[in-house]
Design a protein around this ligand. Structure first.
Ligand SMILES: Cc1ncc(COP(=O)(O)O)c(C=O)c1O
Length: 426
């Protein structure tokens, strides 16, 4: 029987193909289909639901706000909701970290924030070129797609994507080649063919690119090169930020201070569209309205984002719990890798952004499909979908975290067994 989705929805839909049921309601780390079947959600809106589905604190605040006829849409005008969000962001995020940034509210998706970040860097420096990295993912609008590595997304743009110099990410060519040295050499060589960059845009953990982790040392070297050559450092924290790696910003423990930071995904606290660019004050050189958009600053998201900040970031407790769960996740994933014959699987990632990477890339789809049949929603990432990525809500209970990992472990063992790749001792 053809469904209304088959009849009308564009062929571009993707997640619906991996999880072919009709979802109806969701709560915390669980999502339910129309028959009432419960799935543990290790995808969590691709990192948008760090505080769980329908977070009760955010939901209550939003219901109160709507009930009081609070402003839903206000262009970029001053509203009470915006003032309260700004106040909480200053008090819980900027001040404790001694950070000084101006906040630019862009159109509500991550790619909007990336476009604005790249534009303002170009405007400030008067340069057009931007350095981006292999396996980086920054969105699919033309500017962001140019910085994105994946050919599937780039190909969809239909025009040449320019203005980017691509450099290998940390570890791309193994541990012996430090790609910051390549960048430095190219910048110093008048004949390298590289135009002086306005900015470098980097993820500290490449979420879509396969959970590649940049080391603190590599990022610090990158920052030093940026400073030396008048290049702005943009950290795209859209997926790795908002607590995902165990601190609010993914770069906090890494000894760098980006000039520009992009945030979106979990920023709103409950999955509402919302994006933000943090810009060091000296680089906030926009003219009024120069970069605009009808949906800049979603007032409902201001309310829920403020509530998430007040609830989870007013003390170190939440971050500590995320770090505890990350250690548990690592332990369980390591145990899964031990199911396989040597060299077949290894763990990747950082914090609550970890997964398992397969040498035999064709196995991952079979495993995630079986996980879904067993009640776990989990997706892959990486250029060949070779990494199974755990991106569960940070608020997940230990019981659900273990239950989800039990399913992943059992399904991995089944598929490895069928492929004759179980560890000999198993
Ligand atoms: C690091 C990063 N930047 C940008 C984006 C684009 O965000 P959006 O899909 O909301 O446009 C994503 C989305 O996955 C992302 O992971």
């Amino acid at each position: 029987m053809t469904t209304i989705f088959d009849q009308l929805e564009s062929n571009v839909q993707s997640y619906a193909r991996s999880f072919p049921v009709v979802f109806d309601r969701a709560e915390g780390a669980a999502i339910f289909d129309g028959t009432g079947r419960r799935y543990i959600d290790f995808l969590a809106g691709a990192g948008t639901l760090n505080y769980g589905h329908n977070n009760p604190h955010c939901k209550a605040a939003l219901l109160d706000y709507i009930d009081a006829d609070g402003i839903a849409h206000g262009l970029d005008m001053h509203t009470r909701a915006k003032a309260e969000f700004l106040q909480s962001f200053k008090c819980h995020i900027l001040q404790p970290r001694k950070m000084d940034y101006r906040l630019q509210f862009t159109g509500p998706t991550g790619t909007n924030a990336v476009e604005a970040a790249m534009k303002v860097a170009r405007k400030v420096t008067g340069r057009h070129n931007i350095v981006a990295f292999t396996n980086g993912f920054h969105g699919v609008t033309l500017g962001a797609a140019a910085a994105t590595g994946n050919q599937h997304h780039r190909g969809g743009c239909g025009i040449g994507l320019g203005g980017i110099t691509r450099i290998p990410y940390d570890g791309y060519l193994g541990s012996d080649l430090d790609s910051t040295q390549l960048l430095q050499k190219m910048l110093l060589d008048n004949s390298s063919g590289m135009d002086a960059p306005a900015a470098v845009i980097v993820e500290t953990v490449q979420g879509e690119g396969g959970l590649n982790v940049a080391s603190a040392q590599w990022l610090q070297a990158l920052q030093a090169i940026c400073r030396e050559h008048g290049i702005l450092l943009i950290v795209d924290d859209i997926q790795a930020g908002c607590g995902r790696t165990g601190s609010f910003f993914s770069f906090e423990p890494l000894g760098i201070q980006p000039d520009i930071v992009t945030l979106s995904k979990s920023l709103s606290g409950m999955g509402l569209p919302f994006a933000l660019v943090l810009i060091k004050p000296e680089y906030d050189q926009w003219q009024p309205g120069e970069h605009n958009g009808t949906f800049r600053g979603n007032n409902h998201a201001f309310i829920t984002a403020k509530t998430a900040l007040d609830t989870y970031w007013s003390s170190p407790r939440f971050a500590q719990d995320v770090q505890r769960k990350a250690a548990l996740l690592h332990e369980r994933l390591t145990a899964i890798t031990e199911l396989a014959a040597p060299g077949q699987i290894h763990t990747k990632g950082r914090g609550m952004m970890q997964g398992i990477s397969f040498t035999q890339t064709q196995l991952t789809d079979a495993i995630t499909t079986r996980c879904f049949e067993s009640g776990l929603i989990i997706e892959t990432s990486g250029p060949d979908s070779e990494v199974i990525k755990c991106l569960c809500p940070l608020t997940i209970s230990d019981a659900d975290l273990h239950a989800g990992l039990d399913i992943l472990s059992a399904c991995t063992a089944e598929v490895l067994s069928e492929a004759n790749l179980l560890a000999a001792a198993a």
